[in-house]
Ligand binder design. Structure first.
Ligand code: IYR
Length: 229
């Protein structure tokens, strides 16, 4: 159910009042500071079970919900799991798929590509970490009156929102893992999400284990990822 379209009875356009322009030197400094902060983010696969304030998760989800989306339909749903029994079931479902993946489905080339990450079919972090956030994309929006709207650019919209969420959780001081057991439809069943919602990412969030190790991998330099015309 959704309250879209939500601007009924309000003006169609309003002045841009939220934009903030900075002097150039300040812009450069802000861009540097943001890069310095976000480059510290590493995907983590070892978490502590230490609880995280729910408000941090809620605010990070609010931030994710500000992402741009096709026709502003906001075609996403975030199913937040902290219940230990549900986490256990999600781990079971994910590990069943991962065992298939690692023993049958994945071609050798794919397994070779994953070797530097040291991943395998065991996913204990799905029970250890305090929060699992299953990110769903909605193929359609069901309005309060039962009518339906088609959604547009769903994968793009969901991915942008997921990026906002990962950045927001990092900014707050939490570590994340973008986990993608495949296929993920077991999440629809466990979380009672409708068939028109497709799970995209199972985001694991919490504090990294004190002895947490991460792959010694780097990011491509600017020259390799961008060209200026
Ligand atoms: N989903 C599996 C395999 C995996 C695939 C990719 I591509 C990764 O970047 C990492 C893992 C798993 O989570 O182990």
């Amino acid at each position: 159910m959704s309250r879209l379209p939500f601007n009924q009875g309000q003006p169609a356009f309003v002045p841009l009042s939220t934009y903030q322009r900075y002097p150039e030197a300040e812009m450069v400094e802000r861009s540097r500071a943001f890069y310095a902060d976000i480059r510290r983010r590493k995907t983590v696969r070892e978490f502590t079970s230490q609880p995280v304030p729910r408000e941090v998760i809620e605010n990070a989800l609010r931030a994710a919900g500000t992402a741009p989306s096709g026709a502003n339909h906001q075609p996403w749903h975030f199913a937040v799991v902290s219940d230990p029994e549900l986490k256990r079931k999600i781990r079971q479902g994910a590990e069943a798929e991962e065992r298939e993946f690692y023993t049958h489905r994945a071609p050798q080339e794919w397994k070779d590509a994953l070797a530097p990450l040291g991943t395998d079919a065991d996913k204990p972090f799905l029970e250890t970490a305090p929060y699992l956030i299953a990110i769903f994309g909605q193929k359609k929006t069901v309005l309060d009156d039962g009518s339906e709207l088609k959604n547009y650019y769903v994968p793009e919209s969901v991915s942008i929102a997921a990026g906002f969420l990962i950045a927001a959780l990092h900014h707050a001081g939490l570590a994340t893992l973008t986990h993608t057991p495949s296929p993920m439809n077991f999440l629809n069943q466990l979380l009672a999400r409708p068939a028109h919602e497709k799970p995209y990412i199972l985001l694991v969030a919490g504090y990294p284990a004190s002895d947490c190790m991460v792959p010694n991998i780097g990011k491509k330099p600017l020259e390799e990822i961008a060209s200026f015309y």
